[in-house]
Design a protein around this ligand. Structure first.
Ligand SMILES: Cc1ncc(COP(=O)(O)O)c(C=O)c1O
Length: 408
């Protein structure tokens, strides 16, 4: 055992180590990430540490191609929402299939996408921190086709000031509150007043409107969903006409979701769809029902969490415990993870690190050490729990993609 250091020497060494560790933190992290990444590529999924986030590449690409073909046929553009995946590799695949860019929910996501070479970024969420306006104006300097949605005159003033300071012109959409009462301005005259305010402000150029109805997206039953979405979007369509009559050229009407992708284009009025979840799918969406089916199955689940049965107990023979709890699956809804291969297992949340599985009568309970894949309850917040996504070709890891900008 080495001799103990005198206290003064100990403190000096600790301070030096702390300094060194601060200086090397990012390098160390990058090295750790790349080692883990390199290690996983080429491996069979049975070798991956669990819980692990997987995407099936064939299913992902089929979902991307199907949405792109739908939009082409409907004469509607699509700018898929990258808040779902936070992954430039997936954004590139969407754009290669025909998307006009990607939507982002945070400034960090927008920066990560632009840094990775993705263009046509639309920030759909409101911001109000002056530093975030400065970051967005800087981003427009690097990628002039970046768009921001705005729902408040004071936000427009702040953005204009930053645009002026940087000498850039920022394209903006007016975000309309079409019933969620979460973001956006009231359609009609209030939106027209905001358009006039934007027109007076230097450094801003109005390109259109945003109208997203979160409530429509998950309305259960196709006919109900159609009626809900049509009613939600009607004031947006009227506002666009109002703006035109007032002399504004506002060509874009952006919004919609995976739940309403086959409702909103055309007569629905949207010129571009902000669809997000369709790339991965999740239980929240499957249960809303499709146009013809009880389950929404227009897009297939490509995302899963791989977990291991880590305990069984004679005190509770009807259940097994897996290593995937609330740190592995989103827990913002009643919906639970479902076995990907359709086994009749019921998942119960069992803490941060664990879930409990029970089997339906007649179905086999997994054994200790068994590995199972689960569809996730809600894809966006589940993805945000992981720092990497294993891109699977069959049972083998073809690539490991970082999940970017999990904060800010
Ligand atoms: C503004 C906005 N647009 C589009 C979407 C995409 O919706 P979905 O993932 O349901 O397709 C969302 C999702 O929350 C959103 O917040």
């Amino acid at each position: 055992m080495p001799a103990p250091l005198p206290r003064r020497a100990f403190l000096a060494r600790t301070a030096a180590l702390a300094g060194a560790s601060l200086a090397t933190t990012s390098r160390t992290r990058a090295a750790a990430a790349s080692t883990a990444t390199d290690d996983a590529v080429g491996r069979h999924k049975s070798e991956l540490p669990t819980p692990a986030l997987l995407v099936d590449l064939d299913t992902l690409d089929a979902n991307i191609a199907k949405m792109a073909a739908h939009c082409r046929a409907a004469g509607c553009a699509h700018r898929p929402h990258a808040k779902t995946h936070k992954c430039p590799e997936i954004a590139r695949r969407q754009i290669a299939a025909g998307a006009s860019g990607v939507c982002c929910a945070t400034v960090g996501e927008a920066e990560a996408m632009v840094a990775a070479g993705v263009r046509g970024v639309l920030l759909t969420s409101p911001i109000f921190d002056p530093r975030k306006f400065a970051r967005m104006a800087a981003l427009v300097g690097r990628a002039p086709d970046t768009l921001l949605s705005l729902g408040h005159a004071l936000a427009a003033e702040r953005l204009s000031a930053e645009a002026k300071r940087r000498g850039v012109t920022v394209d903006v959409l007016i975000d309309l509150d079409v019933g969620d009462h979460r973001t956006g301005i009231t359609p009609g005259e209030p939106a027209l007043a905001l358009a006039r305010a934007i027109a007076r402000l230097p450094g801003l150029r109005l390109r259109g409107l945003q109208a997203y109805s979160g409530a429509a997206s998950h309305t259960a039953g196709f006919e109900k969903r159609r009626a809900f979405s049509r009613a939600a979007l009607a004031p947006a369509v009227e506002t666009r006409a109002l703006l035109r009559r007032a002399g504004f050229d506002a060509p874009l009407l952006s919004g919609g979701s995976t739940g309403t992708y086959n409702i909103d284009p055309g007569e629905g009025g949207l010129t571009e769809l902000q669809v997000g979840s369709y790339v991965f799918m999740d239980v929240n969406y499957r249960v809303i029902g499709g146009q013809a089916d009880a389950l929404y199955a227009d897009f297939a689940p490509s995302l899963s969490v791989l977990a291991t049965v880590v305990n069984t107990s004679p005190a509770k023979p009807e259940q097994v415990v897996i290593d995937a709890g609330t740190k592995a699956f989103s827990s913002d809804s009643q919906d639970k993870p479902e076995s990907k291969d359709g086994r009749a297992l019921t998942y119960r949340r069992f803490g941060d690190e664990f879930g409990a599985l029970t089997a339906a009568p007649g179905a086999a309970l997994p054994k200790i050490g068994d590995r199972l894949e689960f569809l996730v309850p809600h894809c966006d917040p589940t993805v945000n729990l992981y720092d990497r996504l294993h891109a699977m070709r069959g049972d083998k890891v073809e690539a490991v993609w970082p999940i970017m900008a999990r904060r800010g």
